[in-house]
Design a protein around this ligand. Sequence first.
Ligand code: HEM
Length: 225
Amino acid sequence: VVSRTIGAMSLSKIWWSSAGQKVIAGVTGVALATWLFVHAAGNLTLFGGAEVIDRYAASLKAFGPILWAARLLLLFAFVAHVSAVTRLAKRARLARGASIGPTVRRSSTLAARSMRIGGGLLLVFIVFHLGHLTFGALHPDFRPEEPSHNLLRGLASTPVAAIYVGAALLVALHLVHGLRSALFALGRAAPKKTDRRALVLTSLAVVLALAFASVPASIWLGAIQ
Ligand code: HEM
């Protein structure tokens, strides 16, 4: 019993340590980013026609409890990610303050501030987005079994299309900043602009932004009807 208690204690110590929180932030970050790519690819099925995206959505819903388990996992990854990155950012800020000294302490860098503001805006978007396209409370003419109709009708309005395009850009920026700080955490110096890994990650973020933005932009322009 004693060794099990000690084992549990050291496990919890590792979990809450900086290294443990970095692993949690990294693993959940990769999981969330992967989900975002799957989501963006799923949205692109609208270009195949209304019946293609409706069939895709119906096939996802057919998974029933498995889909709910995946949704719970997504929610858990999201909460763990936000909690780990805020904890790490707070520790880094305190460490920076301590090394600079109290007189010239800077409370946060521009990148850290934009991550916080961007992350907060994304959270507001997600709440709006779920109310709009998943639950329908914020949609003018919601049909639960017809995501194609909900998209075409819901994103035809200029302000709503602008919100979705804005979210596409914001999520990509968030990804670039997050991945840059992950690279920074793995190395000793900030990654150079020409760092090949940083270039690959930035290109992936651009692809994600284009994939997400193409759907609201095409609906708004009347290219998909
Ligand atoms: C910008 C273009 C986007 C479009 C056109 C779009 C479209 C959709 C659609 C059609 C659904 C399914 C609604 C349903 O039938 O239940 C959905 C669900 C969802 N979207 Fe998006 N989305 C976009 C961007 C985003 C972004 C940037 C995020 C996150 C940062 C996001 C997060 C979610 C979440 C969490 C769900 C619920 C997933 C689930 O029910 O399992 N979406 N989206």
